[in-house]
Design a protein around this ligand. Structure first.
Ligand SMILES: NC(=O)C1=CN([C@@H]2O[C@H](COP(=O)(O)OP(=O)(O)OC[C@H]3O[C@@H](n4cnc5c(N)ncnc54)[C@H](OP(=O)(O)O)[C@@H]3O)[C@@H](O)[C@H]2O)C=CC1
Ligand SMILES: CCCCCCCCC/C=C/C=O
Length: 329
């Protein structure tokens, strides 16, 4: 008999999530039926989407949603061998039973030199978000200027590097001087700390006096309201995330987008990465290749211990992560 630890949403978040909103519980797992497998989580992902999704899709008492890299410890399913690793969407659980549906096997060719946690970050959902957001939504072209916010995070750091690979000038912003230094190390042409600049308007003008062709927006809110006025004519805005608004109890009011949209003839498109689920393999193959060639670098903020899932999640929402926030069990 295996005892799984699970994190439950004890109380719906009001404003910023608190440790007391979560509960750690134990569940006895039954013996395996034919076709089933037992898995243990090795790495778990904490992501911004968990905040708005929990509000929309979960009820109090539900196990927190989320993705993990897990190892198969027992199998009664011939398609899954003991010892293999998979990416699963099984929520904040230390162990779980699956019938194999929805599991993505890590390729047996996964390089020893790369942490398997990368399948939750640069070569996983966040990397794919950058890939499809830039190539399919922004449709960036060589020679263009790309702006990205939350640039030192899981999605943003890949956006900037892919835009450089694609021959663009890249401007990024992030919330600390250490993060800004990291962006420069990654090859961003310009980077600034949005928390310490005296004027966001001036910082955006200085970084690219001619404006921006593409804006990959991870943040929303006030930043986006300022940035839209810096778009070039026929610019494209990929609305990827709105993390500056996820913890609001009262919706923010802001300047409206119509005037710059009309007079600059902009295109603004929201997207969810799962739109390209049928091209997941293509994206992962490309990202893995760039990582192995050293063209896309990565950093992970690893929190040790399943018991620290809420702390890692809250820390990521506060901006404590450089690169992808990961929990190592
Ligand atoms: N549409 C889609 O399919 C997907 C969308 N997303 C979205 O992309 C965005 C980035 O996700 P991800 O890369 O995983 O997360 P990150 O790794 O970038 O971590 C979140 C970062 O957001 C920044 N942040 C937090 N609060 C604020 C705020 N109030 N204003 C500005 N920045 C803030 C912090 O960086 P800093 O120190 O720089 O402030 C923090 O480190 C999120 O909005 C997420 O919801 C992610 C995946 C898929
Ligand atoms: C429960 C696992 C869901 C995995 C899919 C994640 C899709 C993320 C979309 C993000 C939107 C905003 O952050």
């Amino acid at each position: 008999m295996v005892t799984a630890k699970v994190w439950v949403l004890k109380k719906h978040f009001e404003g910023f999530p608190k440790p007391s909103d979560f509960d750690l519980k134990k569940i006895e797992l039954p013996s395996l039926q034919n076709g089933e497998l037992l898995l243990e989580s090795v790495f778990l992902s904490v992501d911004p989407y968990m905040r708005p999704y929990s509000q929309r899709d979960m009820k109090e008492g539900d196990i927190m949603i989320g993705t993990q890299v897990a190892r198969i410890v027992e199998s009664k399913n011939p398609a899954f061998a003991v010892g293999a690793f998979v990416v699963a969407n099984s929520g904040w659980r230390s162990h779980f039973i699956s019938d194999g549906k929805g599991l993505h096997l890590l390729p047996s060719s996964w390089p020893e030199s790369l942490p398997k946690s990368l399948a939750l970050g640069t070569v996983g959902m966040p990397g794919l978000t950058a890939y499809f957001g830039l190539f399919e939504v922004c449709k960036m072209k060589p020679g263009e200027t790309v702006l990205v916010n939350a640039a030192a995070g899981a999605v943003g750091s890949v956006v900037g590097q892919l835009a450089k690979i694609g021959g663009c000038k890249v401007v990024g912003c992030a919330g600390s001087d250490d993060k800004v230094a990291y962006l420069k190390k990654l090859g961003f042409d310009e980077a600034f700390n949005y928390k310490t600049v005296t004027s966001l308007d001036e910082a955006l003008s200085k970084a690219s006096p001619d404006g921006y062709d593409c804006f990959f927006d991870n943040v929303g809110g006030e930043f986006s309201s300022v940035a839209i006025n810096h778009m070039k004519k026929h610019g494209r805005i990929a609305v990827c995330g709105a993390i500056s608004q996820y913890n609001d109890s009262v919706p923010q009011k802001g300047p409206y987008v119509q005037i710059p949209m009309i007079f600059k003839e902009l295109r603004m498109e929201g997207f969810i990465v799962t739109r390209w689920n049928n091209r997941r393999e293509e994206g992962q193959k490309a990202l893995l290749k760039w990582v192995l060639e050293g063209k896309v670098k990565f950093h992970e903020q690893v929190t040790e211990g399943f018991e620290n899932m809420p702390a890692a999640f809250i820390g990521m929402l506060r901006g404590e992560n450089l690169g992808k926030a990961i929990v190592k069990v």
